[in-house]
Design a protein around this ligand. Structure first.
Ligand code: UFG
Length: 331
């Protein structure tokens, strides 16, 4: 590894960032975590990893951190991720996601950091016309969250064309599950994601699960999503760093398995793994939910030789439930 091999992980105290830090450490990378702890947890950063509490949009702090730690790659997770919240607080999303990314990209250009891995989202596609969704599908986000992330993709593309920066933007589909060794998992105080909510219900933390709509044009009437295990996603990030280190070109890649499960199938899996039924109530459709969202995974397979290790719904649910039990036990 070169002298500037250290990876700065913004948002490294959050759910996906913490798994990326573990994967990077497992692959032998030095990492530094920058997180303002607005949603992340200090305890999520393993002992021995340098931690800086601060905002990923603070230019002075960034200049100092990039220089002092001889950062060679930035992995940018810090940001806001709740779609309905983005509708209520669009300016907060454009600040946390778009403006802070601008400051970070600019700091990288100034400091000569040449590799950037960005956490983007399938929300950039909006309601896709064709499935599975390829990276060349039109990007027509239907909420401020998706737009705030898409604008960062554009900034990266234009910056890469003008300056010596190469990037990988990974468009996540539905990220779920937890580290099988129990070292990390999802801790959001207000859960919105299906598997997290079902897990909370399974351990008795909530009294019911609302199933938003059973009249969609899908095989069982409920929405279909491409659930990807967070550890496979973290491995894709490590592969993206290696790709850039080896001189690979910039790119945008879907990160999903290429097949989906319905909400009912997910709830069935949670019941199967938990060993008891869940209190499920059918509720009206949630605004803005596309009936089906499944990734085309050809490009990520070709580009990164990504070989998922946890492509199995019960494995995703089992690790998510184990983490939920750990949280319920106070750990
Ligand atoms: N759902 C329920 N009940 C719940 C929560 C979710 O029925 O309590 C349903 C939703 O209606 C949807 C499916 O479960 O049909 C998955 O919903 P999630 O909230 O878990 O995930 P989304 O598909 O809405 O969101 C994901 C990512 C977002 C991203 C979006 C892109 O988590 O970051 O895909 O469409 F923006």
């Amino acid at each position: 590894m070169s002298g500037r091999a250290t990876v700065l992980v913004t948002g490294g105290a959050g759910y996906i960032g913490a798994h990326a830090v573990l994967a990077l450490a497992g692959a032998g990378y030095r990492t530094v975590v920058l997180d303002d702890l607005s949603t992340g947890r200090r305890a999520a950063v393993p002992d021995g990893i340098p931690f800086i509490q601060g905002n990923a949009g603070d230019p002075d702090l960034l200049a100092d951190v990039l220089e002092r730690h001889a950062i060679g790659t930035v992995m940018h997770f810090a940001g806001s991720i709740v779609v309905p919240e983005s509708v209520d607080k669009p300016l907060a999303y454009y600040r946390n996601n778009t403006l802070n990314s601008h400051a970070l990209i600019e700091a990288c250009v100034r400091a000569g950091v040449s590799r950037f891995v960005f956490s983007s989202t399938a929300a950039v596609y909006g309601v896709p016309e064709r499935l599975p969704v390829s990276e060349d599908s039109p990007t027509l986000p239907i909420n401020p969250y998706g737009r705030s992330k898409l604008m960062t993709e554009w900034m990266l593309r234009d910056t890469a064309a003008a300056h010596g920066l190469r990037f990988m933007a990974l468009r996540y589909f539905n990220v779920a599950g937890a580290d099988p060794q129990g070292r990390a998992g999802q801790c959001s105080p207000v859960a919105t994601h299906l598997i997290k909510i079902a897990g909370e219900a399974a351990v008795g933390k909530r009294s019911e699960v609302l199933l938003f709509g059973d009249d969609y044009p899908t095989h069982d009437g409920t929405c279909v999503r491409d659930y990807v295990h967070v550890c496979d996603l973290a491995d894709a990030h490590v592969a993206a760093v290696r790709h850039l280190e080896n001189g690979g070109e910039s790119g945008i890649l879907n990160c999903g398995y290429g097949h989906g499960y319905s909400v009912r199938e997910v709830l069935d899996a949670v019941e199967r793994v938990a060993g008891h039924p869940l209190p499920v109530r059918i509720a009206p459709r949630r605004a803005g939910d596309p009936p089906e969202l499944v990734a085309s995974r050809e490009r990520i397979t070709d580009t990164l030789n990504w070989q998922p290790q946890h492509d199995d719904l019960d494995t995703i649910v089992r690790t998510a439930l184990a983490w939920e039990r750990r949280l319920a036990d106070g750990g």
